[in-house]
Every structure is written in structure tokens, then in C-alpha cells.
Design a protein around this ligand. Structure first.
Ligand code: NAP
Length: 249
């Protein structure tokens, strides 16, 4: 399917893992994709991989908490492709496995700065360029619904994204739809601290109804749907992609 032909998509934190999977799927569906992350080497390697798959792609270094980097990401996209139709805010950090009350203020600042403030400022910076029919997608987490041990503060920042989705959907209507994806557990560098433990991995797999972990393609498919006209009557919603792990009624 080529639902995104002629569209331009920015995906943050997209040189590996879920962000890369989203960029690849949007690109396979016809979008020109602008990928980014903090390290030039990672950006260059990811651009090469996507180009080898026939995807129209540009890479830009962007640490989402850096205002100049965000501005550069947007300017480079506009210079090259003229428009922005899809923006996926995917970057997140979980710098500590401490409980909330045991966390240093600097750790709390960092996690909110990347996961929430970075997401807000990215959309604030991009909003002037978004056209009628454009789409914003936040990447939250199943932990948004039920923060789990070793991820309590992280989970709360992901809960904030559910509210941000509702608020911005109202603020950016009717021209821009704003939705969110809440992935379950997907093997990536980020989740390795949990999933490298075989017992925890098995326990998480067994908690799903489909008896498997998620894949980056599962999340990419959800993003492509939300970004496409197939979802033109959907805004302010969070799509849980977690193999049936309980989230809400
Ligand atoms: P990952 O595989 O570790 O990938 C992280 C990517 O983000 C890399 O490309 C990294 O590249 C980049 N990055 C890290 N910090 C960044 C920053 N401050 N600014 C810009 N780029 C940054 O992570 P992932 O598992 O795919 O996670 C992606 C998103 O999915 C996150 O929002 C996470 O909360 C969410 N999520 C993940 C899971 C899971 O089980 N994996 C479940 C639910 C939700 P550089 O090192 O070059 O910056």
C-alpha cells in the first residue's frame, strides 16, 4: 500500500528501534522521511539502510531537548521538501530505575525534559509549517496506563502524553490531527535492561493475549495508519499496540 505518497514525515529518535521501524514503514508507504537522532554516525548509518530499501530519506542530527537542533531539523526538512505533513515525536529517556521518591531532582528534570517538554516544544516549533490534513503522532507506552516497577517516573511522563494528545488535538483542529501510540514491550536497546532477563521476558510475553513481544513493524504499521487518510476521522486518540495487555476498558 502507498497511502503516504507525496507526504513528508519527520520522525525523531529514528536511527534504531521503534523510531527506525516507523520511519521505514512511512517510507515504504511512499512518504519522504526525515530521520534524526543525537549521533551523526547513527544518522548516517540509518540513512544508508533506508536508502538501500528504496526509501526517500534525509538524516539530520537532533537531540530533542536542544532548541537549535529542533530548529535545524525543521529548517532542513522545509529546505529540501517544502512541507511537513507528518511529525512523529518518538524520543524518550528512562535514565534511572529508582522509584519516584528516591529519584534525584536532576533525574526527574531530565526525564520530563526529554519525554514531555521535548515533545511539546517539537510540535510548537513544527506547528507553523503543518498543512491542512497534517498529522501529529506521539509515542507513549503501555506503562502510561499502569506505571510499572523500575519505570514509575517514566510511566507518569508517558501518561502526560495521553493528556497532551487530547489537548493538542483540540488546539490544532481542524487542520491537524493529533494521535498517540502506546506500544507494549518491543525488544530494542531501550527495553534491553528488562528483556535480556529471560524470566522477565517470558513473563511479559505470557501477559499478552497473542503470546509474543511486539515488533518495530507492529508499531510502524500503527503509525502509518494514524498518519494516513484511513484515520482521517480519528484525532485525540491513543492506539494501544500491546498484544492485548490490559490497558483500559
Ligand atoms: P531505542 O531502540 O533505544 O532507540 C532510541 C533511539 O533514540 C536511537 O535512535 C537514539 O539514537 C535516539 N535517541 C535517544 N535519545 C535521544 C534524544 N534525546 N534525542 C533524539 N534522539 C534520541 O528505543 P525504543 O525502544 O525504540 O524507544 C522509542 C520510543 O518508544 C520511546 O519513546 C519509548 O519510550 C517508546 N516505547 C518503547 C517500548 C519498548 O519496549 N521498546 C515500549 C513502549 C514505548 P542516538 O543514540 O543517536 O541519539
Amino acid at each position: 500500500m502507498k497511502r503516504l505518497e507525496g507526504k513528508v514525515a519527520i520522525v525523531t529518535a529514528s536511527t534504531q528501534g521503534i523510531g527506525f521501524g516507523i520511519a521505514e514503514r512511512l517510507g515504504r508507504e511512499g512518504a519522504a522521511v526525515v530521520i534524526s537522532s543525537r549521533r551523526q554516525r547513527n544518522v548516517d548509518e540509518a540513512v544508508e539502510k533506508l536508502r538501500a530499501k528504496g526509501i526517500e530519506v534525509t538524516g539530520v542530527v537532533c537531540h530533542v531537548a536542544n532548541a537549535q537542533h529542533r530548529k535545524n531539523l525543521i529548517t532542513k526538512t522545509i529546505e529540501k521538501y517544502k512541507n511537513i505533513d507528518i511529525i512523529v515525536s518518538n524520543a524518550a529517556a528512562n535514565p534511572s530505575i529508582e522509584g519516584i521518591l528516591a529519584s534525584e531532582e536532576s533525574v526527574i528534570d531530565k526525564i520530563w525534559e526529554i519525554n514531555v517538554k521535548g515533545s511539546i516544544l517539537l510540535i510548537k516549533d513544527t506547528a507553523p509549517y503543518l498543512k491542512k490534513g497534517s498529522s501529529v503522532i506521539f509515542v507513549s507506552s503501555i506503562t502510561a496506563y499502569h506505571p510499572s516497577e523500575s519505570m514509575f517516573m517514566y510511566g507518569v511522563t508517558k501518561t502526560a502524553l495521553l493528556g497532551l494528545t487530547k489537548a493538542l488535538a483540540a488546539e490544532m483542529a481542524p487542520d491537524t490531527r493529533v494521535n498517540c501510540i502506546a506500544p507494549g514491550f518491543v525488544p530494542t536497546h531501550f527495553s534491553n535492561f528488562l528483556l535480556s532477563n529471560e524470566a522477565i521476558k517470558n513473563e511479559i510475553e505470557n501477559r499478552t493475549l497473542v503470546k509474543r513481544l511486539g515488533t518495530v513493524d507492529d508499531i510502524g504499521a500503527a503509525a502509518a495508519f494514524l498518519a494516513s487518510d484511513d484515520a482521517s476521522y480519528i484525532t485525540g486518540e491513543t492506539l494501544v499496540v500491546a498484544g492485548g495487555v490490559p490497558s483500559r476498558l
